[in-house]
Structure formats: structure tokens, C-alpha cells
Design a protein around this ligand. Structure first.
Ligand code: AKB
Length: 320
């Protein structure tokens, strides 16, 4: 890291933001990382925190100059399921938030941006398996539409103004340190908490609905990895396909059962199952592997063991 790098994570209370902010602070020093969100974090954190909405351009500018921010990780977003109930808000946050941050880079107030896209940019006209980087993109949610437009904005700002913006198409991200909210892939986090607390889970996706997924640990390595890669290795400035795992509710349920014998999963698919149906089942990420050396570490059984181990510790501590 260059000695004057300072990081701002926008959306630091969110599922990925919580873990990423901590990892960046451990790696680069707590004095060099600022978290920001609409409200202060519920649990005490050691990193610097500023209350801010990404839609508030002036306040964002004050924070960027107060801490001499160089690198922004923009994680604040309306996800797929929540976005369908608040179309205007989803578009506003996902697009105008991104434009605000891109404009700070255009004006040379910051140097580098990370912004996540998603597998939701694909739709039912995309092939289901091993989906190529340049496959058809006809998204069927406002979240997917905003992410696809965001990818084009990133590419445009890079080509026209030289903005160093880097992006990954996240699959569903699963971890034990934080809870997701408003997504279609959230079941794959909820299931662990219910399995440990109640030995049962009613799944809102159908039994064999396979989706691309990734353990949080791999997602954080990919995120920091693409940001640390030399600029000339980042050949795609829309967003990179990124892949690790693909599994259905039944498959993750079976894996959990190998740790928690009495665990029972039932299925009660709702409208989120229709969103999931339009997405790919698996993704080809050869470009990320070849351009900047991406490799995932966790397979399904390693991920499930690690999550159960860590959640058991947390729930035991809560009982004491
Ligand atoms: C969601 O389910 O909306 C997200 C995503 C796949 O981008 N986790």
C-alpha cells in the first residue's frame, strides 16, 4: 500500500460492508479506514465512523476531504427482492449514489473506486450454466437493471475521464459475521441461524433452485484483490464475472444435515423464487482468473463446516 492510501467504505453496516471494513482496517491500519452508513453501527467498532448517505453529495465531499480519502468502496445498495417493492428508491440509490462517487473521481478528489455489480444483470434469455462474461444481459429486476446500467456508467467514466473504477459481479454471498437484507440469496445465510437455533428451516426458494454463491472470505479476498491489482491487469471496466460455488437449497440443506443430524428443511417458494429462476445457475469467471489471478478457496463442505463452527461459538457465548 502506498503510505497515503485512505479508505472509505460506504455501507459499512451492511452484510459485506461489516466484514470488509474490519478486514481493510486490520490490513491497512485502523487510522486509515473510515466506515460510513445511514446510522452508526449497532456494535462497537474500532474504525472511524461517519454518518452519511451516498446520495448526499456535499456531506460525502466533506468526509472525503476531511480524511484525504483515496479509495472508495461503494457497497450501499437496494438488493433484488427489496428493490421490486421500491423501484424508484432502488434506482435512485443504486444509480445516483454511484454517479456521485464517480464524479468525485472525475474531479480527481479520489483515486480508485470499487463498486459491485451482480449476477442479477443476467435474465432468462441468458444460458443457465457456465455463463460467459459476454453472455446476453436482459435483467428482469430493477436491481439487475440498475446494476447493468451502473456497469455501463463505470465503463464510460473509465474510457472518457480515466476514472479507475473496478467491479465484480457478485453471486450470493454467505457469511456468519453479518446478516444480509433484501436479497434473493439471503436464504443461504438464514438457513444456518435457523438450523443452529431451531434445527429446522422453511425455505422461500424451491428445492432444486441452483444459484451461484460464494463464501464471504472469498468475496472479501476477491474485492481487495481486484483493488490491489496493477491497473493494466484490469482489462474489463464494466464488471468481472466471479464464481466459486453453485448449489440448491436441497444441497446446502443436506450438507448442514451432516453436521446437525435433526435438521429439517421444508419449502414454501414465494416471489423470490421467480427472481432466482431468471438468474444463471453457474458462472464462468475465466477473465478474472486470467487477468488478475482470481481463485476461490472454499468449496461447499468447507464453507458449511466453517460457518457452523463459528456460529456455534457465537450462540454458545450468548447463552452464557
Ligand atoms: C441478491 O440476492 O439480490 C444479491 C445478489 C445476487 O446480488 N445477493
Amino acid at each position: 500500500m502506498s503510505s497515503n492510501q485512505k479508505f472509505l467504505v460506504i455501507g459499512s453496516n451492511g452484510q459485506i460492508g461489516t466484514v470488509l471494513t474490519k478486514k481493510l482496517a486490520e490490513k491497512y491500519g485502523y487510522e486509515n479506514v473510515v466506515g460510513s452508513d445511514l446510522r452508526p453501527p449497532k456494535k462497537h467498532t474500532k474504525f472511524i465512523f461517519e454518518e452519511c448517505s451516498v446520495l448526499d453529495f456535499n456531506r460525502l465531499g466533506i468526509i472525503i476531504s476531511k480524511y484525504n480519502i483515496t479509495d472508495v468502496y461503494l457497497l450501499a445498495a437496494y438488493l433484488s427482492a427489496k428493490g421490486e417493492n421500491s423501484m424508484d428508491k432502488a434506482w435512485d440509490l443504486n444509480i445516483n449514489g454511484l454517479i456521485n462517487v464517480l464524479n468525485f473521481a472525475k474531479e480527481k478528489k479520489i483515486k480508485k473506486i470499487f463498486w459491485p455489480s451482480s449476477i442479477a444483470i443476467f435474465g432468462s434469455t441468458t444460458p443457465k450454466k457456465n455463463v460467459d462474461q459476454y453472455a446476453i444481459t436482459e435483467p428482469e429486476t430493477i436491481y439487475g437493471v440498475s446494476k447493468l446500467s451502473g456497469e455501463s456508467l463505470c465503463n464510460y467514466y473509465h474510457n472518457k475521464f480515466g476514472v479507475d473504477v473496478r467491479s465484480l459481479r457478485y453471486p450470493g454471498i454467505i457469511g456468519w459475521e453479518s446478516m444480509p437484507g433484501g436479497g434473493t440469496t439471503d436464504y443461504a445465510v438464514d438457513i444456518f441461524h435457523e438450523a443452529i437455533k431451531n434445527q429446522k428451516y422453511e425455505c422461500f426458494l424451491s428445492k432444486n433452485r441452483s444459484l451461484p454463491m460464494m463464501y464471504m472470505d472469498d468475496a472479501i479476498r476477491a474485492t481487495i484483490g481486484i483493488m490491489e491489482a496493477p491497473s493494466e491487469q484490469i482489462k474489463i471496466r464494466t464488471s468481472y464475472n466471479l464464481s466459486a460455488l453453485s448449489f440448491s437449497p436441497k444441497q446446502i440443506g443436506d450438507e448442514i444435515k451432516s453436521h446437525i443430524k435433526n435438521f429439517k428443511i421444508t419449502y414454501s417458494p414465494d416471489n423470490r423464487d421467480r427472481l432466482a429462476e431468471s438468474w444463471p445457475q453457474s458462472i464462468n469467471d475465466d477473465h478474472a482468473r486470467n487477468d488478475w489471478g482470481w481463485r476461490p478457496n472454499f468449496n461447499l463442505s468447507q464453507m458449511v463446516s466453517d460457518i457452523i463452527l463459528n456460529l456455534n461459538k457465537i450462540y454458545k457465548k450468548e447463552k452464557i
